[in-house]
Design a protein around this ligand. Sequence first.
Ligand code: SDX
Length: 396
Amino acid sequence: QTGKFTYDPGFLSTASCNSTITYIDGDKGELLYRGYPIEQLAVNCDYLETCYLLLYGELPNESQKADFEDKVMHHTMVNEQMQFFLRGFRRDAHPMAVMTGLVGALSSFYHDSTDINNPEHREISAIRLIAKMPTLVAMAYKYTIGQPYIYPQNNLSYAGNFMRMMFATPCEDYKPNDVLVRAMDRIFTLHADHEQNASTSTVRLCGSSGTNPFAAIAAGVACLWGPAHGGANEACLNMLTDIQKQGGVARIGEFVSKVKDKNSGVKLMGFGHRVYKNYDPRAKLMRETCHEVLGELGLQNDPLFALAMELEKIALEDEYFVARKLYPNVDFYSGIVQRAIGIPVPLFTAIFALARTVGWIAQLNEMIGDPEYKIGRPRQLFVGATPRDVKPIAQR
Ligand code: SDX
């Protein structure tokens, strides 16, 4: 690892592990994947290059990139049996309920051929998961709208293949717009990893028992679903839509007052972060991507985008938010850009899970690859009843 990072002693006691993958400076609003600033990766690399970097520690050269892309794009199909698993869900099931089930079901195809302690098995599991998540998310979507599944097409780019599986039908193919494909690819990169967040810590703890990687990733999907975590992008879009319905920009003051009223229980979704006490660098890049996509689609005057920017402006000047160091996070703009691309709101978090799979599996493999690792076993402070004797039921 180049350079040395210094931490204050208080922080060291809270750290759950050592890692060489992602570095966040919450006070400065900095995010580095293997030492590379997210701002440079989002502009100069595509998602599969970033996957290679997260998995192997270095950016690929041309032949390594071509070989990695070939491997991923030749593992995009899922076993035909997966279709029958989907049929067990209600048509209106939330896509994250479906994804939690589908990713867990993948373990039934690979469990007996995967020894998590074998580096080659860890590598092929990573390739399979990165390759199959877009296929599963697209199948979950097609199932809910009653359309036939679209099989992956290996000669397309990773993001282009995903969008084709999402939006093509057997009756007419889908010619993805390059600007939208690039935006989708960048959304994947911005969500790829984020050190020891709740879902990554879940994957590490789950995987530390030696369970197969597909089951551990399914645990990460389940954790990410929560509105305080990956579910915030869906919750944020719904929040903006509600404000728009109630009068839009003219009603922002009323909404902000409700957020500041502790009894309301209302939060400004897409704002605040456990680590960032400055602007989340991903939010800035997501806002730029918003501008690009809305401009490409002639939606520069999208009312929700205007509302989001006005809400951000007001919040960043309001003492309540300033005093609590609350800034936009990755989820604040991501819903607007995904909605413009044509992604249905309930699918936003499933796309977050698709993109974060590489981070989860890289973190899991880093832990399992450390010969010193043991099963996780958090302890507690017991603050309950002191020892006492059981009384016969007649005396209770
Ligand atoms: C992600 O960890 C990661 O890295 C996650 C993630 C990743 O890439 O994996 O970055 C992805 O999960 C981003 C976060 C998405 N969640 C949301 O946008 C939901 C809205 N945000 C909040 O729920 C909240 O900000 C959290 C959960 C994200 C962080 O909560 P904390 O740690 O409790 O925030 P805090 O302790 O710093 O809060 C300080 C104060 C508190 O008020 P007081 O009790 O001091 O009066 O700020 C308040 C909080 O109530 N506060 C908010 C707020 N977030 C915090 N008030 C209004 N709106 C908010 N969004």
